[in-house]
Design a protein around this ligand. Structure first.
Ligand SMILES: [Zn+2]
Length: 140
């Protein structure tokens, strides 16, 4: 029962690990939140629950990273942007499978999920990076 799961960022990433993009919906006013909240900031309701959202959205803004944090060095340069999902919430993430020069504001992107690689996980663990599954954006 997804409704019973805690409204935490850890749970959000557990769903990502199951390849599910989940938001928290306020039963009071219908607002959707990513990352999850325990109180609605629109109507102050505490009646919130997990719902699955469509993994499709439009790019609102992005930046190309040439000097990344150490754990992403092998991927540089890469683009990092914010998309507005069709269902409303905005989420940030890495944009892949597009040349930085071909990225356009307003382009459609879908949220895809990273496969876990054992070696990579181990290395990230040593560097103190959370071993949470990741998602990224790519053209549909
Ligand atoms: Zn609300």
């Amino acid at each position: 029962m997804d409704e019973e799961k805690p409204l935490t960022i850890e749970q959000f990433y557990k769903f990502i690990g199951e390849k599910r993009l989940m938001a928290v919906r306020c039963e009071g006013c219908g607002a959707l939140f990513i990352p999850p909240r325990t109180i609605c900031n629109r109507c102050l309701s505490k009646d919130l629950e997990w719902v699955e959202v469509k993994n499709r959205g439009k790019l609102i803004t992005y930046t190309v990273i040439y000097v990344p944090p150490v754990q992403f060095q092998s991927m540089a340069p890469y683009a990092y942007g914010i998309i507005q999902l069709e269902d409303g919430p905005r989420i940030p993430g890495m944009i892949r499978n597009v040349e930085p020069g071909d990225i356009e504001i307003g382009m459609e992107l879908i949220v895809d999920f990273e496969e876990e690689k054992d070696g990579e996980q181990e290395q990230q663990g040593r560097q103190g990076w959370p071993r949470w599954p990741r998602y990224f954006f790519r053209p549909p």
